[in-house]
Design a protein around this ligand. Structure first.
Ligand SMILES: Cc1ncc(COP(=O)(O)O)c(C=O)c1O
Length: 409
């Protein structure tokens, strides 16, 4: 039945729908389900007491200011803190290069609003972060996708993709969501050189960079870009927009992320944000600043690394023990995710139905591909539960896989 509304929706809504992953997460809500499906940090590690105390201090000492409207670009002391933290990775910026957003998800949306016309192509990894696809689908983006291997995006395929004229290149160099893969330094250098050669700007999405459990830190693309151009001044005027978030280091419920951008882009992003929500909650920014300053954040991230490393190791051990030998998986050096490749005869979406009946869940591969694929792949999140529960969930899932393989033989 056609209503008055039906003929009035904008064309862009045809590409807006809830992600298959979002729908799936609803099925995994009952506590009997051991769910590896979400992208969740550990709720048992949220700094609840520190946040509670910070809320009280902010309201007691700066209540009137915290509850007033604030600057669109963000609370200056928080932008200064982000500037100092970013400098440790060699990214030289001023607070004027930082826009505080309501989560990195809003940062992705603002980038879409500022850059994407209907039909513009974005070069993405295959697989890639589903939230980016969801944000950019609403701006009617098209995609050209390049597969990953163990070292990240496959450079022999990138050049062809760049030649096809994408407007932007979106890449997750550290502990990639969904695969956990880290882009090697050699490939980062090649990627920067090629993107520069073809004049394609880069969106570097780095929510997990601080969550490294082993191995050496690798320079962000934003740093390599600066070296490539050895500019005298001004700082940070190159070809990379860098995104990160407090979701992984404090809590996702704060909805606090940021974009680092050259000044000319910053102006446009600020205009876009003004139209979207005027500002990110000043109260929340002040609370996050209050908690993060004075060394707490560093201390807390160190604790997270220890706990997450144990949980990753528990999952890897359980996979070796319980999964059929035909399955393979990544061994991430950090982040939240392990990516499993099943024998191609298995369909992860079908396996999921059986897994849910056994009270265990994962995220099936196809959701993460812009142009199809991944039917026999799955993402497992290892950070949000204790090692014993991880082992029990992987045991259940291993049993389901073995059963599905016997049936498909
Ligand atoms: C790669 C990537 N980018 C962005 C986000 C969004 O983060 P936020 O919670 O800051 O919106 C996530 C969260 O899952 C992510 O994995």
């Amino acid at each position: 039945m056609s209503t008055l509304w039906t003929q009035r929706y904008a064309q862009r809504t045809q590409r807006m729908h809830s992600s298959a992953l979002g729908d799936l997460l609803k099925l995994t809500e009952p506590s009997s389900v051991i769910s590896f499906a979400g992208g969740l940090p550990a709720a048992d590690m949220f700094p609840i007491t520190e946040l509670q105390e910070a809320c009280q201090r902010v309201l007691a000492e700066h209540g009137a200011r915290a509850l007033q409207y604030g600057p669109t670009q963000g609370y200056r002391p928080l932008r200064e803190l982000i500037t100092r933290h970013t400098a440790r990775y060699g990214i030289t910026i001023t607070p004027d290069h930082v826009l505080v957003a309501s989560g990195a998800q809003q940062a992705l949306d603002l980038i879409g609003k500022v850059f994407i016309n209907p039909g513009d192509r974005i070069l993405v990894e295959a697989p890639t972060h589903v939230g980016a696809l969801q944000a950019w689908n609403s701006y009617q983006a098209e995609y050209v996708s390049v597969p990953l291997d163990a070292e990240g995006i496959q450079m022999d395929l990138v050049e062809g993709a760049l030649r096809s004229g994408p407007k932007l290149l979106y890449v997750l160099p550290n502990f990639h969501n969904p695969t956990g893969i880290t882009l090697s330094l050699a490939r980062r250098l090649k990627l920067m050189a090629q993107a520069d050669h073809y004049g394609v700007p880069i969106i570097e999405d780095d929510p997990y960079g601080q969550l490294r459990y082993e191995g050496e830190h690798i320079a962000p693309l934003a740093v390599l870009d600066g070296r490539l151009h050895t500019r005298e001044a001004p700082p940070y005027s190159g070809n990379v927009l860098y995104l990160s978030t407090f979701s992984q280091t404090l809590a996702p419920g704060l909805r606090l992320g940021w974009i680092i951008a050259p000044m000319e882009v910053m102006q446009r992003l600020v205009h876009a944000k003004q139209g979207a929500d005027l500002q990110t909650s000043l109260f929340v920014q002040m609370v996050a600043h209050e908690v993060a300053q004075g060394g707490f954040l560093d201390h807390h991230v160190r604790d997270l690394r220890v706990i997450y490393r144990e949980r990753r190791d528990a999952m890897l051990m359980a996979l070796r023990h319980y999964f059929p030998p035909e399955a393979t998986w990544t061994e991430p050096q950090g982040g939240l995710f392990i990516w499993v490749t099943l024998p191609p005869t298995l369909d992860a979406t079908t396996v999921l139905q059986e897994a849910l009946a056994a009270n265990v869940a994962f995220a099936p591969g196809p959701a993460f591909f812009a142009q199809g694929g991944g039917h026999h792949m799955m993402r497992l999140n290892f950070t949000c539960m204790e090692p014993d529960r991880i082992a029990e969930g992987i045991r259940r899932l291993g049993g389901v896989l073995t059963h599905c393989m016997e049936q498909s033989a």
